[in-house]
Structure formats: structure tokens, C-alpha cells
Design a protein around this ligand. Structure first.
Ligand code: PSU
Ligand code: MN
Length: 304
């Protein structure tokens, strides 16, 4: 029997009691993905977007020895303001819970917590994946393995463009993870709509994505679905503009010996600086866009 130390916020507890659709949201994007105070503004805006689209947001974090499913305003603020919050993936969850530390959940850890809480759909920005140079560093995000084993539909704008996207798609294929582009044939590239790579699957409606989620459960298949929802055209940064910026940030990370969990936060923050905040604007827009789609999918699944 599973006996996880879950604690639901009043809003989420009421939604569960009423059988309303829920959308899980991660907290690493707040603690390690965005600069303060943009992180706090994003956390609030994404929750508002989920509510406006007819579902209830459940931001996940570990606080005081419990997995919090839904945060209060004060908790969100504390998470956004505290500089040394732990970044939790699958490997770190139990240790963080027993030591009573505060931790922010990555895509992998948020999927685990969402499943424990009975939440089928989760919205984020971009998943982690295979890093450039992984053939020597072996840096492959635990997010990929999680998608292979935990039955949650993750709505993203693809994998972050700082990654090696062809290798990321290859690993997802090996792991049997459905990668579903929405409304186009190309796999999106986070800040840009088109990675230049074809997505393995395409579905254009929340109904279809919800039906596929339910069908996977009927088939007894472990693992989730990766929904790759392109950033709105008005908000994208052309891939050609970003390429030199990503290359420079990457070179700096190598020169400074940045490794393991620090790689993604370092690259995101350097790219934010090097683009004068443009990457943060685009990242905000794509997260809100994903929140809307996730809410629509959650509504469909709750009807099924
Ligand atoms: N999406 C964003 N910004 C982020 C992340 C996702 O728009 O910062 C976070 C997620 O928590 C994801 C993590 O799981 O980046 C990947 O980290 P790593 O590469 O160390 O696995
Ligand atoms: Mn990594």
C-alpha cells in the first residue's frame, strides 16, 4: 500500500471533493528556472491561467516533511524568494522529506507527486533531456526515464533548446514515450516553434490527447505522454537568433565546470542575461500557453 505524506491545499482539497479537473504544476521552474521576481509573477500567472481555462492548479513542492499539492500564496512567495531551495528529482524526494528541507520539484519529481495525488495532467515549460556533449558527460535528465514509467500527461513546449534535441527524441523513442506535437508536424524547440525535426506523433485536439491518455491506462502501459505544444507565433524567438547565445552559454558552462543539477539553471539564467530578458518573456508565454492546453486536456479526462 502507498502511504505518501501528501498535504493538499484548501483549494485543491475542495476540487478533489467536488471531482473537478486538476492540473499539476512544478516548482523548480520557480526556484531554479526564472529570476526573482519574475518567478513569483510566473507562478501566480500560470495558476490564474489554469483557473481561467476551467481547471484547478496544484503547484507541487516539498515543505516541512510533506509533499504539498497546491501552495498557498505565502508558500509560493517563500519558494520564489528563497535562494537555496533544493532541486528535487526522483533520487532526492524521500531524502528531502525525511530531513524536513524545502525542495522544489522538477518534471520528474512533479510527475511522481501528481500520480500519488491522482492528478493526470501536468503543465510545465520544457522538459529536461539529453544535454549537448552527453556522449562524454553522460548528462541525460531523469525527466526522460520518468516519462517512461509514470502515467502522467506532461504538456510542454518540447524539450529545452539548450539540449541535443535529436538525441532527446531518440531516447524518448527507445523508452517508448509518445511524443505528440500539437497543431503541427514539427517537434517544437521551446523558445522557437520549429526544431527542424519531425515529431513522432501529432494530435490537434485536447479530446484526442485525453483519449490517448485514457487508452494507455486501458492497455496497462506504464509511463506518460509528452505533449509538445509550440510557443505562440507572436512570442517565439527565431532559432537562428538563439543559436549563438546558446552556444556561448554552453561554452561558459564547460569552462566553469558546471555539472549535474546546476547545468540547466546556469544555462537558463545566462541565456536570460544574454538576451536581455527576451528568453524570459518567451518562456513565460509558452508556460501560460501550456497551462491552457493542460486545463483543456484535464477537463476532457475528467469527463471520460
Ligand atoms: N521548464 C522551464 N524551466 C525550467 C524547467 C522546466 O521552462 O527550469 C526545469 C524542470 O523542472 C525540469 C528541469 O525538470 O528544468 C530539468 O533539469 P535537469 O536538466 O537538471 O534534469
Ligand atoms: Mn542533468
Amino acid at each position: 500500500m502507498i502511504d505518501a505524506p501528501l498535504a493538499f491545499s484548501p483549494e485543491v482539497a475542495a476540487a478533489r471533493a467536488a471531482g473537478r479537473p486538476l492540473v499539476a504544476l512544478e516548482s523548480t521552474i520557480i526556484s531554479h528556472g526564472f529570476p526573482y521576481p519574475r518567478n513569483l509573477a510566473l507562478a501566480r500567472a500560470v495558476e490564474a491561467e489554469v483557473r481561467a481555462a476551467g481547471a484547478v492548479p496544484a503547484t507541487v513542492a516539498v515543505i516541512g516533511g510533506r509533499i504539498r499539492i497546491g501552495l498557498t500564496e505565502a508558500e509560493t512567495r517563500a519558494l520564489a524568494e528563497t535562494p537555496d531551495v533544493a532541486k528535487l528529482s526522483r533520487a532526492d524526494l524521500a531524502q528531502c522529506l525525511v530531513t524536513g528541507r524545502t525542495g522544489a520539484t522538477t518534471v520528474a519529481a512533479t510527475m511522481i507527486c501528481a500520480r500519488l495525488a491522482g492528478i493526470a495532467v501536468f503543465a510545465t515549460g520544457g522538459i529536461g533531456g539529453v544535454h549537448r556533449g552527453a556522449e562524454t558527460s553522460f548528462d541525460i535528465s531523469a525527466d526522460l526515464q520518468e516519462l517512461a514509467q509514470t502515467p502522467v500527461t506532461v504538456v510542454s513546449a518540447g524539450a529545452k533548446a539548450i539540449l541535443d534535441l535529436p538525441k532527446t527524441l531518440e531516447v524518448l523513442e527507445t523508452l517508448g514515450v509518445p511524443v505528440i506535437a500539437v497543431g503541427q508536424d514539427a517537434f517544437p524547440a521551446f523558445w522557437s516553434r520549429d526544431s527542424g525535426l519531425p515529431a513522432p506523433l501529432r494530435m490537434d485536439s485536447p479530446e484526442g490527447i485525453a483519449a490517448a491518455h485514457v487508452m494507455r491506462a486501458r492497455l496497462g502501459l506504464p509511463g506518460g505522454q509528452l505533449v509538445a505544444n509550440p510557443i505562440p507565433a507572436a512570442d517565439e524567438i527565431p532559432a537562428a537568433d538563439l543559436a549563438p547565445v546558446i552556444a556561448r552559454a554552453q561554452a561558459e558552462a564547460e569552462a566553469q565546470g558546471i555539472a549535474a543539477k546546476r547545468v540547466t539553471p546556469f544555462l537558463l539564467s545566462r541565456i536570460a542575461e544574454l538576451t536581455g530578458g527576451r528568453s524570459v518573456e518567451a518562456n513565460t508565454a509558452l508556460v501560460l500557453n501550456n497551462a491552457r492546453l493542460a486545463a483543456a486536456i484535464a477537463r476532457e479526462i475528467s469527463r471520460a
